[in-house]
Each structure stands twice: as structure tokens, then as C-alpha cells.
Design a protein around this ligand. Structure first.
Ligand SMILES: [Zn+2]
Length: 70
């Protein structure tokens, strides 16, 4: 719960934790992610609904999944 609160603050103010998660998803032995869309915003979810295959490999989509799933 504490982590979720910190991540909520990250969305409001920007955060090194989200940047670190984002960058880690790019490692080829992690997700080998792409940067099709940047930004942890509501518009990302709309884009993902129209581009589900790309969303599965998009770094910020994975960042949201890792950071907010719980
Ligand atoms: Zn990136």
C-alpha cells in the first residue's frame, strides 16, 4: 500500500521510480520493450485499446502494469 501511494505521487509529480521501471523493461532479457507511446496517462489506456499487440511491448504500458498492479 505504501508503494502504491508513492507511485500515485509519482504520477502527479514525475518520479525516478517510474523512470527506472520504464528503463528496465527495455532490457532484452526482461521485456525488450519499445517506445511506441510515452506517458503514464489516461490516453495511454485509450491507445492500448486500439493497439493491443503494441501495448504488450510498450515500455510505459508495462510500467503502468508493474507500478499499479497489486
Ligand atoms: Zn523508453
Amino acid at each position: 500500500m505504501l508503494l502504491r501511494g508513492r507511485i500515485a505521487n509519482c504520477v502527479r509529480y514525475g518520479c525516478q521510480v517510474l523512470a527506472l521501471i520504464h528503463e528496465c523493461t527495455h532490457f532484452t532479457d526482461v521485456f525488450d520493450s519499445t517506445d511506441d507511446v510515452y506517458g503514464v496517462t489516461v490516453s495511454l489506456s485509450f491507445w492500448a485499446q486500439d493497439n493491443p499487440e503494441k501495448a504488450l511491448r510498450n515500455a510505459d504500458s508495462l510500467t503502468c502494469y508493474i507500478g499499479f498492479k497489486g
